[in-house]
Ligand binder design. Structure first.
Ligand SMILES: C[S@@+](CC[C@H](N)C(=O)[O-])C[C@H]1O[C@@H](n2cnc3c(N)ncnc32)[C@H](O)[C@@H]1O
Length: 284
């Protein structure tokens, strides 16, 4: 990549955006005649020349970027299709939402997950929608009474998570409740600091990472990284303090840590041991 020019892959734009000196200056088209820039801000010829020189320097990387973008587009179209189906569901079936359910679908909930990639599966009591929440929840404002999310938020970057929390706040009705259950990074960090190899090994064994970790790289740092980043699918560390602040910034109130509750949280010993839970209310 050039020093000043970068390409931004954003599924909303359908074309890579061109960032120059931290400003989105337009979009990139590749045609049979070469590259074309669709400018969204007026630029002097000097800056344009600089950008074209940068783009030429990164020419080899551009096809791969377009390929990556192409892979994201079907997801966007699927999102549009699934969103239309969700919009057509009766309001009563969208009052309880579970985000990032995986296979743990809850009866009486609208369960949402990017996985499995099989579209919506609807029955009388349980709805599963295959949806990427980063593209927004296709739900009306103030339409849900309860949103539940377990071990999901940490799979988003900080910016994605903040947008997602604001989106949850939007769809909850006044007095509606959010419950989140997340990995207890604080506990893991303390075990790391205490050189608690047994705990770290047990966690890694559970997630079956140990098997493919090279024997010489099963040290505290390796075990900590594997566990805490869960094979690099985790993108942000939340603890009670930073999550409370993020929720408050979205307008949530009565934010407090809540005890693990197996009537809603998974009744699995490992989860009980390694999670913390937070609840928050949308103000009246
Ligand atoms: C660690 S699993 C947790 C599954 C279940 N909630 C539990 O507590 O065991 C995280 C889930 O979040 C889903 N997920 C991650 N990013 C997502 C996104 N952007 N939109 C919807 N689901 C997402 C993943 O597909 C995965 O099923």
């Amino acid at each position: 990549m050039g020093m000043k020019t970068m390409l931004l892959l954003n599924v909303d734009m359908e074309r890579p955006g061109i960032i120059h000196d931290n400003v989105l200056i337009g979009f990139l088209h590749i045609t049979s005649k070469g590259m074309r820039i669709d400018q969204t801000v007026a630029l002097g010829q000097d800056r344009l020349d600089e950008i074209i020189a940068d783009l030429n320097r990164m020419k080899d990387e551009i096809p791969a970027l377009f390929q990556q973008l192409g892979a994201e587009l079907p997801m966007r179209h699927q999102h549009a299709r699934t969103s239309a189906i969700i919009r057509s569901l009766p309001a009563t079936e969208k009052r309880n939402i579970q985000i990032g359910s995986a296979e743990h679908v809850k009866p009486g909930f609208l369960n949402i997950d990017t996985w499995p990639n099989s579209g919506i599966d609807y029955d009388e009591t349980t709805t599963f929608a295959n949806l990427d929440v980063r593209l927004g929840l296709p739900l009306d404002d103030a339409s849900a009474g309860f949103v539940y999310s377990s071990h999901m938020l940490e799979h988003l970057t900080f910016e994605e998570a903040k947008r997602h929390l604001a989106d949850i706040h939007r769809v909850l009705w006044p007095g509606g409740r959010l419950r989140m259950c997340l990995p207890d990074v604080d506990k893991t960090a303390k075990c790391y600091a205490a050189r608690d190899m047994a705990y770290l090994e047990r966690m890694n064994e559970t997630f079956r990472f140990l098997g493919y970790m090279p024997k010489e790289n099963r040290l505290y740092g390796d075990l900590m990284s594997r566990h805490i980043l869960e094979g690099c699918t985790h993108k942000y560390f939340w603890d009670a303090e930073n999550l409370e602040a993020a929720l408050a910034a979205c307008g949530f109130q009565n934010i407090q840590e809540a005890p693990y509750d197996t009537s809603i949280d998974q009744a699995v010993a490992l989860r009980i041991e390694t999670s913390f839970c937070i609840e928050a209310i949308k103000a009246y």
